[in-house]
Design a protein around this ligand. Structure first.
Ligand code: DQA
Length: 161
């Protein structure tokens, strides 16, 4: 399935105004609120997205949010939005093994933050490895929803505010 950004979004991110933050969530993150609360808390994806939109808005940025359970679709979102002002991604389990997502993120022009709700370094060994770590500028894990706030501030600052 090929995704394409709405024309107004493409106009916004290809013009002078690059104050567009894109938030991408990967596999199983649509079920936040049902997933183990000891790792992910009780917040739903919708609540998390509204929180990030509000944080971006306070800085005068627009936020576009997407979630998908399909790796190829996630890659297509990264490609479509590669010229956005900044990206925040939580690819879920793909973080730990998707070289294809890593290669797509390498082409993003603005700052990219990798965020995880849970403490990936303190769980199973395989979660401690991120194959996207070398192509992101900001990494936040284990801070729950607050980690996203931190990432919004960091990427917008890196993008020049
Ligand atoms: C996650 C951590 C991943 O290991 C896991 O597969 C997820 C969510 C997090 O936000 O903590 O789906 O990225």
């Amino acid at each position: 399935m090929m995704v394409s950004a709405p024309p107004d979004v493409v106009d916004t991110i290809s013009g002078e105004n690059r104050r567009v933050l894109v938030l991408l969530h990967g596999a199983n993150l649509n079920l936040l609120g049902e997933r183990p609360t000891e790792h992910y808390g009780t917040i739903t994806l919708d609540e998390l997205e509204r929180q990030v939109e509000a944080s971006a808005s306070k800085r005068g940025w627009t936020c576009i949010c997407h979630q998908t359970n399909h790796e190829g679709e996630f890659i297509e979102y990264v490609q479509v939005y590669r010229s956005a002002g900044a990206l925040i991604v939580n690819p879920g389990a793909w973080t730990h093994y998707s070289y294809a997502i890593r290669d797509a993120l390498e082409l993003v022009t603005g700052p990219v933050a990798e965020v995880h709700l849970s403490k990936i370094d303190e769980r199973e060994d395989w979660r401690g490895r991120s194959v996207i770590a070398d192509v992101v500028q900001v990494r936040v894990a284990g801070k729950g929803p607050d980690g996203y706030e931190e990432a919004v501030t960091a990427v917008i600052d890196l993008a020049g505010g």
